[in-house]
Design a binder for this molecule. Structure first.
Ligand code: NAD
Length: 290
């Protein structure tokens, strides 16, 4: 297929490289990043998109996505699909999809989980919103870049799934970290704590697969000095998106709000920036109740 890829940063570059390595003709554009292996660079987003059957975007936020979509949509061939893989607010995803569909294009929001490692290995999970027809067109490409693509519903459903999942993740990571810090103060050995909780009703992905305590459970960023992994500031971004969505939908999400506030403090006032989001554990360790 002829593919355009706009936004070739930490995530976009390996995704585009994997598409090119599978034999697709990939034309890229980025305002700053260099060409990934196998990708031909175009002088603008519109030039990259002209004649492409599928145009991927992997951009920092919804505002940038809207600006880029204004340029892409008029340049795209009739019937082509605009597939945004960035994590953005649900409203931007829905409005960009409506803009593309009004111009006779297909549109998908397809945010990912799996991080930079998953992008490089081609093992991402895609959470997809949009029409059946657009999903069927892009599915073979999701299969190259990832191991799973779930069609969640209409426009915005992929972003909704992503921010709900990551709201749970932020809350359970905080709960796991504060429980470890309490266990420390009660004199409970961390390995015993893991052995019990990971097989009891307190278990979660945060405890079982990504344990925030160094030397306990499977290998995780905690075993590597809390180098990300999934950076605390990206968790903050997703928690803020979940609160923005909750406000728009009048949903009561008190734990999500607390998690967003705590990660904001951690990243913006403390030493969380550039550390993995599981570095909440050393944060709690050093603190008392006041
Ligand atoms: P990044 O900052 O490394 O890459 C974004 C790229 O977009 C940059 O290369 C930048 O130059 C480019 N860009 C910005 N404005 C542009 C424009 N107008 N036209 C063309 N290119 C432009 O970010 P990333 O880590 O690759 O993340 C991309 C998206 O994926 C974000 O929405 C992020 O939330 C999401 N995401 C990231 C991860 C992760 O672990 N990094 C995991 C899941 C989802």
């Amino acid at each position: 297929m002829k593919i355009a890829f706009i936004g070739l940063g930490n995530m976009g570059a390996p995704m585009a490289r994997n598409l090119a390595a599978a034999g697709h003709k990939v034309t890229g554009f980025d305002t700053a990043a260099p060409a990934p292996e196998g990708v031909t660079m175009a002088p603008s987003a519109a030039d990259a998109a002209a004649g492409a059957e599928v145009v991927f975007t992997m951009l920092p936020n919804g505002q940038i996505l809207r600006t880029v979509a204004d340029e892409l949509v008029p340049a795209m061939a009739a019937g082509a699909v605009l597939c945004d893989c960035s994590t953005v607010d649900v409203q931007s995803a829905r409005e960009v999809a409506a803009q593309a569909e009004a111009a006779g294009l297909g549109a998908l929001d397809a945010p990912v989980s799996g991080g930079v490692g998953g992008a490089a290995a081609g093992t991402l999970t895609f959470m997809v919103g949009g029409s059946d027809a657009a999903f069927v067109t892009v599915r073979p490409l999701f299969e190259i870049m990832g191991q799973k693509a779930v069609h969640c519903g209409g426009p915005g459903a992929g972003q909704a799934a992503k921010i709900c999942n990551n709201m749970i993740l932020g809350v359970t990571m905080i709960a796991t970290c504060e429980a470890f810090a309490l266990a420390d103060k009660l004199g409970l050995d961390r390995q015993k704590m893991f052995d019990v909780v990971s097989t009891s009703s307190g278990y979660s992905w945060s405890m079982n697969a990504y344990c925030p305590a160094p030397g306990v459970g499977p290998q995780s960023p905690a075993d590597n000095g809390y180098k990300p992994g999934f950076a605390a500031e990206l968790m903050l971004k997703d928690l803020r998106l979940s609160q923005q969505a909750a406000e728009g939908a009048d949903a009561d999400t008190p734990m999500g709000r607390l998690a967003a506030d705590l990660y904001a403090r951690f990243v913006e006032e403390e030493d969380g920036r550039g550390r993995d989001f599981s570095a909440m554990l050393p944060r709690f360790e050093g603190r008392g109740r006041s």
